[in-house]
Design a protein around this ligand. Structure first.
Ligand code: UDP
Length: 408
């Protein structure tokens, strides 16, 4: 099959964990790579950025990333202009596709233009929704919700990551359930696997004698890192030895840029760390290359995901593949991945006392950590990119067949 993917929000090759580059980038790159390995042709249209001003980059012999320059700073205002650039590029190069797949609502909007121009079926993966950001994070973006509603009237199919996302699409957008299929993301088990804790710490120059609590992700209000700091503060007050014996590592963000320290979220977290006198044991260590993360997961005693909402939570799946002991909030896709006391631990969002207690229990119970980690690994094995890509190809084929019948 020939697939045109659109990843307008950010290029899959930008530095992960910085600004808006996170799970969706990992998803697009892994899915496209896998589809290419299966013999399908995938062109990913994205906007140029400073790390990659080369126009076309090959991911593998079948998969290309095509960078086109953005025109305006405002992402909304640029949608139609960028869509026109994609249309011109496709026409200039005499390219032809069977299907369009847009990632995130912006790319869906671009897909709408391409669908009209080339009369092709359009699949959209939203990755996150304005409706849920508002419901769980209190982040109101009416323009976005309007755009998502408008898009939903046009798409041929929406791919949701979990049953929860499917329900949100039905509740928040009145999307008919026949228009939604669930395919969860996968994890790359060749990269994400357990390493010996002592070796990993040595490789990363981390102390051998401290217990490590790890957070990985974009530094974004929805991740609720402050909530983790609050729980750590309760531990530090209750147990005198805590500050000496524990380290909390926050992975994500470009800590060498001035812009990072000027964002409201970072300022808020930094102030909290200072006010609580936790500078000695809680550290922002910046974004880390994707293929180093298995060593971080393997170095840690627990991995915490305190998010107010996650549409899926790739970090949790990656930590599971590395046999990590995970503590996650009962929020969005995290409840779907983590089965409490079976392959990780859950706490009720907003209950800081509960997070503190689970943290302490797990940090002091190596047997439980090991048992949870082993069953997490088993669970993660059902999420592989090759399996998920096969499901997606079947979806593409069905839609293409259906739309060809429709055209006749
Ligand atoms: N990530 C990374 N380096 C970092 C921070 C994050 O490689 O410094 C990757 C991480 O491995 C995961 C993704 O970014 O694959 C984050 O995905 P997740 O679904 O957890 O969060 P999202 O960004 O979708 O909110």
């Amino acid at each position: 099959m020939k697939i045109a993917m659109i990843s307008y929000w950010s290029c899959p090759l930008t530095r992960l964990g910085v600004l808006r580059s996170g799970g969706m980038n990992v998803y697009v790159l892994n899915l496209a790579d896998q589809l290419g390995r299966m013999g399908h042709q995938v062109d990913i249209f994205t906007s140029s950025h400073k790390e990659n001003d080369d126009r076309v980059i090959s991911v593998n012999p079948k998969v290309k990333i095509i960078h086109l320059p953005r025109v305006k700073k405002d992402l909304y205002k640029d949608v139609s202009l960028f869509a026109q650039k994609v249309i011109d590029y496709i026409n200039d190069k005499h390219l032809a596709y069977d299907i369009l797949h847009g990632h995130y609502f912006y790319s869906g909007l671009i897909g709408k233009y391409l669908k009209n121009e080339f009369n092709l079926p359009l699949v959209v993966s939203f990755h996150s929704l304005g409706y849920t950001k508002d419901k769980f994070g209190g982040i109101k973006d009416r323009r976005r919700i309007r755009a998502e509603k408008d898009l939903i009237g046009t798409v041929d199919l929406v791919i949701a990551s979990t049953e929860i996302e499917k329900q949100d699409l039905i509740d928040g957008y009145a999307l008919p359930k026949e228009k939604i299929t669930i395919v969860s993301p996968g994890v790359n088990h060749y990269i994400f696997r357990k390493h010996r804790q002592s070796n990993s710490r040595e490789k990363l120059h981390l102390p051998q004698t401290k217990k490590i609590i790890l957070f990985v992700g974009r530094i974004d209000p929805i991740k609720d890192i402050s909530f983790l700091i609050e729980a750590v503060d309760l531990l530090a007050n209750q147990y005198r030895s805590f500050k000496n014996n524990f380290r909390v590592l926050l992975i994500g963000g470009d800590i060498n840029s001035r812009q990072f320290w000027q964002t409201n979220e970072v300022k808020k977290i930094k102030k909290l760390i200072e006010d609580k006198k936790l500078c000695c044991c809680v550290k922002f260590i910046g974004s880390r290359p994707h293929n180093l993360l298995p060593y971080y997961y393997s170095s840690s005693d627990v991995v915490v995901m305190p998010s107010k909402y996650e549409s899926f939570g790739l970090v949790v799946l990656e930590a599971m593949a590395c046999e990590g002991a995970i503590i996650a909030s009962r929020a969005g896709g995290l409840q779907y991945l983590v089965k409490d006391k079976i392959n990780g631990r859950l706490f009720d969002s907003g209950n800081v006392e509960q997070l503190k207690n689970v943290l302490w229990e797990l940090l002091n119970d190596p047997k439980q950590r090991k048992a949870l980690g082993q069953s997490a690994l088993k669970y993660s094995q059902s999420f592989c990119w090759d399996k998920q890509a096969k499901k997606i190809i079947k979806i593409y084929r069905d839609i293409v067949q259906f739309s060809q019948k429709d055209k006749k």
